[in-house]
Design a protein around this ligand. Structure first.
Ligand code: NAD
Length: 357
């Protein structure tokens, strides 16, 4: 039996999660050995238990086989002290569970090509995976802070660093992901100027020798930013560090047309994962039944693929999303002028109707 912890979070979080639960209901009724429970994270956890990642959620997250999250944060919580703000809940759970590998697929759905700001021929058939190291790099380096420099001016400073074991473990995830896809891996760094990147590249090459079936290439991050918009289909899997991945994965999300369509996974060394849409809690549309639930539903697919070793269920979910879009169902974020717009639960129901067939 697989235990799933569901953390709906704030604002649209509970609305989109209700649709993902419909998918779990169908799978359970079909006999899949899954069960789930609900917990609090982010603002909802602060409201209920006084902390964005309270002990009850911590215990449930450690015991679960996988975690499905909605989104956290929003204006209600913006004035809270930093240590109890909702994003501390996400950082806390990532750190606590050792979730170091962030996987973000960027897929261009043919039915949505008009919603993308790219020419159809640039993105038609696009299917890339960006793998971002999530727990190291300049975001977590010390020393960091403010000081007075030799000229007497105040300066801010941060420290970029990666250790060999940190790069080795993300390298293994990357090569293994490439093995399951097109067998091409592009490692993105800034080796021409950064010592951290020099070490990163050396380790990638050394680990690559263990995966002779995967073609490894290297690209500087500035060029990668350009190539992603010029010719994104040249990529299969991209692996990069935390700060470069933060920026490149957001850039790549635009290729797909809508933020409401993109799932993500954050994995530990044993493929236990936290699955969530890449978008935030969308306070501007919360409570109105307008949010697109498909990114959350696709996150359920990723959970079955990466944590439960059931790529067949992921493929079935992906195919049903394609069909629903081809049938013309559109929430506001993916609609074009003149399209009939449906709401969150209607989109969930349209998905379920196809998924059950
Ligand atoms: P956002 O992703 O919440 O929203 C950006 C825009 O996209 C908004 O116009 C929103 O309406 C729209 N949008 C987002 N998801 C949508 C969906 N499923 N369907 C239709 N439209 C959708 O980003 P933001 O406005 O910068 O942030 C809002 C809050 O979310 C902030 O508090 C931020 O900190 C938080 N946030 C949380 C996460 C997370 O939980 N992982 C990620 C990003 C932002």
């Amino acid at each position: 039996m697989k235990n799933i912890l569901i953390l709906p979070g704030d604002y649209i979080g509970p609305e989109i999660m209700a649709e993902a639960v419909k998918v779990l209901d169908v799978l359970k009724a079909e006999g899949e050995p899954i069960q789930w429970s609900f917990g609090h994270l982010g603002g909802a956890a602060y409201d209920a238990e006084g902390h964005p990642y309270p002990p009850s959620t911590q215990a449930a997250a450690r015991a679960a086989d996988a975690i499905l999250m909605g989104a956290v944060g929003g204006p209600k919580y913006d004035a809270l002290p930093r240590e109890v703000r909702p994003e501390q809940g996400i950082l806390g759970i990532r750190k606590d569970l050792g979730l170091f590998a962030n996987l973000r697929p960027a897929l261009a759905y043919e039915a949505l090509s008009a919603a993308s700001s790219f020419k159809p021929e640039v993105i038609a058939g696009l299917d890339i995976l960006i793998l971002r190291e999530l727990t190291g790099d300049i975001y977590f380096g010390s020393p960091r802070g403010r000081r007075e420099n030799a000229a007497g001016a105040q300066e801010g400073f941060d420290t970029m660093h990666y250790s060999v074991p940190e790069v080795e473990r993300i390298a293994h995830v990357a090569f293994q992901a490439a093995q399951k896809r097109g067998k091409r891996l592009c490692s993105v760094d800034k080796e021409n100027v950064l010592e951290t990147s020099r070490l990163w590249r050396e380790v990638m090459i050394r680990i690559g020798a263990q995966y002779p079936d995967v073609a490894l290439s290297h690209m500087y991050v500035d060029n990668a930013a350009m190539q992603l918009v010029k010719n994104p289909k040249q990529f299969d899997v991209i692996v990069t560090g935390n700060i470069f991945g933060d920026i490149l994965s957001d850039e790549a999300s635009m290729l797909a047309g809508s933020i409401g369509m993109l799932p993500s996974a954050s994995l530990d060394v044993n493929n236990k994962g936290l699955y969530e849409p890449i978008h935030g809690s969308a306070p501007d549309i919360a409570g109105q039944g307008k949010a697109n639930p498909l990114a959350t539903i696709l996150s359920v697919g990723m959970m079955f693929k990466y944590s439960f070793d059931r790529p067949d269920i992921a493929e079935r979910i992906d195919a049903a999303v394609n069909t629903v879009l081809a049938q013309g169902h559109r929430t506001g974020d993916i609609a074009q002028p003149g399209d009939k717009v449906i709401g969150t639960s209607a989109m969930g129901d349209a998905f379920i109707a196809v998924f059950k067939q």
